[in-house]
Design a protein around this ligand. Structure first.
Ligand code: HEM
Ligand SMILES: N=C(Nc1cccc(CNC[C@@H]2CCCN2)c1)c1cccs1
Length: 359
């Protein structure tokens, strides 16, 4: 851990941003003096709860690659900066999933664990998301489960975890403490809501045995606010159907289901010109949206979400703020040109507070 003191200029910019958006807060100069003093004394400073809550919401508002930012002000912030043990982090991640899942009415939640302090680095969740499926490499080189998690599966197996060798085995959390051995924590079944995937018209679809978890919760990014980096701050929203139907179950290096679906649809797989991939993609996405709706689990579709994002863009412009966006991530992975977000440019500035990929 490189010992760096927090940059006062970054802290000052954030505190001024907070006060600019909370005119009634008052006490700006007193707060700036306290921050400067704390940095001088111990090399960093402590966000008030209000600053932390605002910082996390603005980090979402500034996330260039996120199409779902319209509801940025509704993020629920769980301040867990006093949770410093690996066991505590594991328990709070389980509680996070319980609160976020909410019986299927998914709520956007973030849990903020402590920042690194020079003497002792904070615990980190090694999983990229709280809920991920195992990937088991077979002797013939093929993979049962999610190929994206073959390495993580091998790691947890080396640490004693025994999966069932299935296609959708939920991996344990791996919490690496500041010091010592990683802690494995199995997620209790009642905090992992899953949806079996079926199709409204084709009964054979259910026989494919596909399913996916209800809550996407990113645990591999750092939350940066006013010069302070929170390396462990898992956040969740709800899924956009295309993430599951056009990427997780469709990518050739993930569950690679397009050929299977196209076969069952009776399409001609011998030539790209039959657009068999495209037909299979649509039916797979119809199935995902139908299944989540049937299970009463919150999910948005890429048309609705595209419209909402442009509404968000207009709201931000009206508020006099830039709304940075990365076209290549905002445009959905299916039917790009058929969504309104495709037909315009964006300013891909990098603002702070923000979420940054953890190295
Ligand atoms: C509420 C519903 C939400 C929806 C439907 C949504 C949708 C999405 C989608 C589809 C992506 C692209 C993901 C991919 O292609 O792999 C994305 C990216 C992202 N979202 Fe959202 N989002 C939501 C809420 C949130 C929340 C609550 C946060 C944080 C507080 C957030 C932060 C981000 C970030 C940081 C990225 C970029 C991730 C990266 O760079 O790897 N989103 N979002
Ligand atoms: N709906 C969501 N999807 C999402 C958001 C951010 C990042 C990701 C995962 N992105 C990485 C994957 C893997 C390869 C390409 N996409 C998913 C949310 C996750 C957490 C809050 S919203």
């Amino acid at each position: 851990v490189i010992e760096r003191t927090t940059d006062y200029h970054e802290a000052e910019r954030f505190v001024r941003l907070f006060h600019a958006e909370h005119p009634k807060a008052g006490g700006l100069s007193a707060r700036l003096r306290d921050v400067a003093r704390e940095i001088a004394r111990r090399g960093s400073y402590t966000h008030t709860y209000e600053e932390l809550e605002f910082g996390a919401r603005v980090a979402w508002r500034n996330s260039n690659r996120c199409i779902g930012r319209l509801y940025w002000q509704s993020l629920k912030v769980r301040d867990r900066r006093r949770t410093t043990s690996a066991e505590g982090v594991a328990l709070e991640c389980v509680e996070h999933l319980r609160e976020a899942t909410n019986g299927g009415k998914v709520r956007p939640v973030i849990t903020v664990f402590p920042p690194d302090v020079p003497a002792c680095p904070a615990p980190r969740v090694l999983n990229e998301q709280l809920i991920r499926y195992a990937g088991y490499r077979q002797p013939d080189g093929s993979v049962v489960g999610d190929p994206r998690h073959v390495e993580l599966t091998a790691l947890v197996r080396s640490l004693g975890w025994r999966g069932e060798g299935g296609r959708f085995d939920v991996l344990p959390l791996v919490i690496r403490p500041g010091r010592g051995e990683p802690l494995l924590c199995n997620l209790p079944g009642d905090v992992v809501l899953e949806v079996p995937i079926e199709h409204p018209e084709f009964p054979w679809f259910a026989e494919l045995g596909l399913r996916w978890h209800a809550v996407p919760a990113i645990s591999g990014m750092c939350l940066e606010i006013g010069g302070i980096c929170y390396p462990c701050a898992p956040f969740n929203g709800w899924y956009m159907g295309a993430e599951i139907g056009a990427r997780n179950l469709a990518d050739t290096d993930r569950y690679d289901q397009l050929p299977v679906v196209a076969e069952r649809l009776g399409l001609d797989l011998s030539t790209d010109r039959s657009l068999w991939r495209d037909h299979a993609l649509v039916e797979l996405n119809v199935a995902v949206l139908h299944s989540f709706d049937k299970a009463g689990v919150t999910m948005t579709d890429h048309h609705t979400e595209s419209r909402r994002f442009l509404t968000h863009l207009r709201k931000e412009e009206k508020a006099g703020r830039a709304c940075p966006a990365d076209w290549s991530w905002i445009v959905p992975p299916i039917s790009g040109g058929a969504t309104p977000v495709f037909h315009r440019y964006y300013d891909d500035a990098v603002l702070t507070p923000n979420f940054v990929a953890r190295h």
